[in-house]
Design a protein around this ligand. Sequence first.
Ligand code: ZN
Length: 126
Amino acid sequence: MEIFAFWALLALLVGVLASSFGRNGFGWFLIALVLSPLIGGVALLIAGKKDGGASQRASGPTMKCPECREEILQEARVCKHCGHRLLTPEEALARESAASIRVRNRRLLALAIVGAMAYIIYNSNT
Ligand SMILES: [Zn+2]
């Protein structure tokens, strides 16, 4: 019975370790319980952490920071190397469309002024 308690405890440890590795803790606990804590533990160590070191590295498309030319994630908001604030594609698009709306408004205003002047000149001549 004591052996079984020790066995279960080790299996539980494997489960806890598994969940700390970003894996299914209960699943690994069951594996360790059924097969053996040793096999479960070794299998877990072989399987390693989920994603391995990939989460440390850039996960996803990267680009170069316009400020310091370092490699950064495309979805990064701020450059991790120099702290340069980066625009998201949506922000860039919004800024661009806002600028184009401003230009259009200015054109409309100019057109309105020219139209008003033409109207005034036309009326004053007749
Ligand atoms: Zn930078």
